[in-house]
Design a protein around this ligand. Structure first.
Ligand code: CO
Length: 422
């Protein structure tokens, strides 16, 4: 069952090279399972027993299921759709000495840069086109090996292995083709989008690694792919939503965008997207604002974003006693400064969920001399104040375009999500 889950996860990731694609992939799966799509622009007609989904910016998605008896409390699981990458800039083509065409890109989020070199890359995202006088969004994925960021040979910088400060404007521009090529970048994008080049008004396009996901190791205990942070959690949350019984609370699967750049956008965790959606569910069920506040006080959120496992070559980077291991279960994340919003109450509730779901859990705290990362739980809490636990699945090489996790852990989180959504 672990392997089946891992293969399903890798398929999900392959179909989801950008946040836009992740939302589209989830929408297709949820629609097949009977979730009805709502628009923020329309009135919502909600009925007990109904299952719905809504997107914002086509890069964030909230799906929810209202049980027949329409309980008040919300059980929310939040994750994120974006990952660090490079965004294609405007007027991206740069011709080099009448020989090459390379693309101008800028960083999106805080990535490890060196793993982006010397591997096939491609481009995906959305274009906005003018079609019969209307402005429309179209998803694009140039589903072939298209770009490469070649390293400088060791002979030209003998010192590189002693540490190198990458300059994103100089070192990280991907090679696209030969100067004078008729297959301009605009033309390639237009063909992939199935539109005329002159109809493309604008774009949000990103690089992604073409390296296929893999299950590997002495006992096939590891799984590697791009975007495990945080599609592994988004996938587990969605699977838990689909298989859970969803009878005792309003189940909410929430996937936000822009976590990697601080969440401060209309579709990020700092936005009103979750709050607006919960308020509309509340009013859709004919309830007052006071009843909404009563519901929140009785609600619970799992903020699910991947965690750092103990690294085999850098064991000293992990806290002396809280040392998450791959395949040893869901990681509960703690931080005294509330970068993670886990407290004694929410940790206890989550441990109870894991125990009842019969899945292992472990704990993570940063070394006291390291700042560590942040995530979406505490940011979301400023809009939607519900008791929240920060958790994640243990992984290595976070923010590399090829990350590594344990093959068993996705299954554990699906089981916990399923019980949470019962
Ligand atoms: Co993350």
């Amino acid at each position: 069952m672990y392997y089946e889950t891992a293969e399903k996860l890798l398929t999900f990731i392959r179909k989801s090279p950008t946040a836009f694609h992740a939302v589209d992939t989830m929408k297709n799966i949820l629609a097949e399972q009977g979730f009805q799509e709502l628009s923020e622009k329309d009135y919502w007609k909600l009925v007990p027993g109904g299952q719905y989904m809504v997107t914002r910016n086509n890069s964030a998605l909230i799906a929810f299921s209202i049980p027949e008896n329409a309980p008040h409390r919300f059980h929310i699981m939040a994750s994120h759709s974006d990952s660090p990458t490079f965004k294609i800039k405007e007027n991206p083509e740069i011709t080099v000495e009448k020989a090459y065409v390379k693309l101008n890109v800028e960083k999106y989020g805080g990535m490890l840069m060196s793993p982006w070199f010397d591997r096939p890359l491609s481009v995906a995202g959305r274009v906005v086109v003018s079609e019969n006088g209307e402005i429309k969004e179209k998803l694009v994925d140039i589903d072939r090996d298209l770009l490469m960021i070649p390293s400088l040979a060791i002979h030209m910088n003998r010192e590189v292995n002693s540490g190198y400060a990458y300059n994103p404007q100089k070192d990280l521009l991907p090679l696209y083709g030969t100067a004078g090529t008729e297959e301009t970048f605009g033309k390639t994008i237009a063909e992939a989008a199935g539109v005329r080049e002159e109809d493309i008004l604008s774009h949000d396009l990103f690089l992604y690694s073409r390296t296929r996901g893999a299950v590997w190791g002495a006992e096939k205990e590891f799984v590697s792919a791009g975007r495990l942070d945080d599609l592994q959690c988004a996938f587990a949350s969605m699977e838990g939503l689909l298989s859970g019984e969803k009878k005792k609370s309003i189940a909410v699967h929430c996937v936000m965008d822009n976590e990697e750049v601080g969440s401060g956008t209309k579709q990020g965790a700092a936005s009103t997207f979750l709050k607006d959606t919960l308020l509309r569910i509340n009013s859709g069920l004919g309830r007052t604002y006071e009843e909404y506040l009563m519901s929140l006080a009785d609600s619970f959120m799992i903020s699910a974003d991947n965690a750092h496992a103990l690294h085999p070559n850098y064991t000293d980077m992990t806290d002396p006693v809280n040392r998450p291991l791959l395949n040893k279960g869901i990681v509960i994340k703690y931080n005294a400064n509330q970068k993670y919003c886990t407290d004694a109450v929410s940790a206890a509730r989550f441990k109870d969920i894991c125990t009842r779901a019969e899945v292992p859990f472990q704990t993570f705290v940063n070394r006291s001399d390291m700042a560590g990362g942040s995530t979406l739980g505490n940011i979301s809490n400023t809009q939607v104040p519900v008791n929240t636990v920060d958790i994640g699945l243990p992984q290595l090489a976070m923010h590399s375009p090829y990350e590594t996790a344990g093959v068993k852990d996705t299954y554990s989180l699906i089981k916990a999500a399923e019980l949470f959504f019962e």
